[in-house]
Design a protein around this ligand. Structure first.
Ligand SMILES: Cc1ncc(COP(=O)(O)O)c(C=O)c1O
Length: 331
């Protein structure tokens, strides 16, 4: 049934597969077999999970004849940066509606947005940003343009398709090295990545792998509802007869550390830990919080010793350069 997900237009942005790396030192330290799926290693503008989503979102936009992309995100949004890069590659115009948290200073992702020639508009929060996106689209339409609005974080069934494909790619890599994973752990924001992995595994008939989302902002129920709705919207898009149980959606909200983009000592300590153990750079908004969660779940026994665990490195490479001041406080 997974082949249904191959029937949608896709605009190629990245050479796949991304690497699957065994984290030998961390594995030894924590007593599990830890693999890291390096979705931060991609050729488009420093990569990240948004690239996989954008391949199908862009496929849909181009099939509709659109000439301009509009999206929104925080000042340090990876999604905004990668939407700008994807637009450039496809020869489209691009508007970004940026909001706090963060600052519009030319650092990290904002610097790259500027370099990519994105037209930047500011709003005070995401509600206002959604309104601004609609007004911008109306204005462009009146000028004869064909705008395409991408929801924050690429949260749509087309975005989910990207991680349905990724689930097949990951399982192929694991089977090739004769590893049978028990857990896949990742940072969950809009829930699009988690929805794609969960639905992809279900479509592959893999029922014994738990996908664990570590929320970086929302409480667990809210995050699980988002994943559930995205899965059901994608089932409708694929026009298949399938049901994912709500109880299969696992999201921990114990590792938000004060809120979206709040950086604490624990977060920076986790960045230092992976850097020292593996030379692996995490970002403080998404991947370091997810890695902290993974380590703590092993300590708590929620992830058993000796099990095979895959951590999805979802990207965020420019963010440490943008939040350098707060990282420096705990270095
Ligand atoms: C680096 C990184 N990791 C994880 C996420 C969360 O992904 P999703 O919105 O698909 O849950 C994002 C989204 O902004 C991200 O940029």
């Amino acid at each position: 049934m997974i082949w249904r997900a191959f029937n949608f237009p896709r605009y190629r942005l990245v050479s796949l597969p991304t690497p699957l790396e065994k984290a030998l030192n961390i594995s030894r330290d924590l007593g599990v077999r830890l693999y890291i799926k390096r979705d931060d290693v991609m050729e488009l503008a420093l990569g990240g999970n948004k690239v996989r989503k954008l391949e199908f979102i862009l496929g849909n936009a181009l099939a509709k004849g659109c000439d301009t992309l509009i999206t929104r995100g925080a000042f340090h949004s990876n999604h905004a940066r990668l939407t700008a890069a994807a637009a450039r590659k496809a020869g489209l115009d691009v508007y970004l509606v940026l909001t706090p948290p963060g600052s519009p200073d030319l650092q990290g992702n904002v610097l790259l947005d500027k370099l990519l020639g994105a037209k930047m508009v500011y709003a005070k929060d995401y509600r206002e940003a959604d309104k601004v996106m609609q007004e911008l689209a109306d204005k462009l339409r009146a000028e004869g343009r064909k705008p395409y609005i991408i929801l924050g974080g690429g949260a749509s069934p087309y975005g989910v398709l990207g991680y349905i494909h990724a689930s097949l790619e990951l399982m192929q890599q694991l089977y090739t090295i004769e590893e049978k994973p028990r857990y896949i752990v990742l940072a969950t924001g809009t829930g699009t990545t988690q929805a794609g992995l969960l639905l992809g595994l279900k479509l592959l008939g893999v029922n014994d792998v738990k996908v664990i989302g570590i929320s970086i902002s929302r409480n667990s129920d809210e995050a699980r509802n988002r994943v559930y709705n995205l899965i059901n919207d994608t089932i409708n898009l694929l026009n298949i007869d399938m049901k994912v149980d709500y109880s299969d959606i696992i999201v921990y909200d114990d590792y938000v550390f004060g809120g979206y983009s709040e950086v604490t000592r624990e977060v920076v300590d986790t960045m230092k830990y992976t850097a020292l153990k593996e030379g692996l750079i995490l970002d403080p908004v998404y991947t370091a919080k997810a890695m902290y969660g993974l380590i703590d779940l092993i300590r708590r026994g929620c992830i058993e010793k000796d099990s095979t665990v895959v951590f999805i490195h979802t990207g965020g490479t420019p963010i440490p350069f943008q939040l350098n001041k707060v990282i420096e406080k705990y270095l």
